[in-house]
Design a protein around this ligand. Sequence first.
Ligand SMILES: Cc1ncc(C[n+]2csc(CCOP(=O)(O)OP(=O)(O)O)c2C)c(N)n1
Ligand code: SF4
Length: 288
Amino acid sequence: MATFKDFRNDVKPNWCPGCGDFSVQAAMQRAAANVGLEPENLAVISGIGCSGRISGYINSYGFHSIHGRALPIAQGVKMANRDLTVLAAGGDGDGFAIGTGHTVHAIRRNINITYIVMDNHIYGLTKGQTSPRSDAGFKTKSTPLGSVEQPLSTMEMALTVGATFVAQSFSTDLKELTALIEAGIKHEGFSLINVFSPCVTYNKVNTYDWFKENLTKLSEVEGYDPSNRQMAMQTLMEKDGLVTGLIYQNKDRKSYQDLIKGYSEKPLTEANLKIDQDYFDKLVEEFV
Ligand SMILES: Cc1ncc(C[n+]2csc(CCOP(=O)(O)OP(=O)(O)O)c2C)c(N)n1
Ligand code: SF4
């Protein structure tokens, strides 16, 4: 049986020392081993950004794709081969700026993949511009006088568009993050896990200490019930989205795969996609 070490490769991450993404990588590797996967059962599909490099640092199938496009590719991989566990990963710019449309539709589609967002409230790779997660007033090279825009409340957005699994964690809490990724993998549908993963180089406001001071653990909120969508929404609004733990899970809704007729019987990789010559000729005739 594989251990987390089997999900390591020889590529040395070129993240800055102290970047939150190191722990996210470790949590993904641990979670994959803990749920009993072998490297050949896993595909990690990432977007572009510092965080997007993660697919190159994990021993599994992988695809370092295009900015904001990890999810279309990850969904395609899962639809072609449902036997693979598919993890999509990227930054808050990747998933909540250029990729927002894909994120919203993947959530409502409820395909059985797990999406891990490394949320540092900034564009790291391009050297520190605002992201849709940056707070109002946040000063960067692109907003020298402070951002005048409100940040996107992404967890509330996910609940609104029909998410069946929404969780949030902090990259220093390896135990909680690993457990949430495991739960996301086991969830029969789309799971969104937003990880506060500080950028130590360009974000001098939302630091490790800042998150430590401002985050509330849902496990410590009395009576919190992650199956209650209304409670999830109310708690997010009260705490300005700054919570960690399992925010919401709906185990009753069927995944996209389970609703597509025929898909559950045979993945595309095993289907006979050949068509005979007569049928091909007929098709061509139709179009010429
Ligand atoms: C289509 C396209 N537009 C813009 C870029 C430039 N670009 C690369 S990464 C990035 C944003 C990075 O921020 P984020 O996704 O939050 O990831 P981080 O680097 O912070 O991990 C941008 C705008 C690109 N590579 N491709
Ligand atoms: S620039 Fe920021 S996000 Fe990118 S590797 Fe460095 S610390 Fe991490």
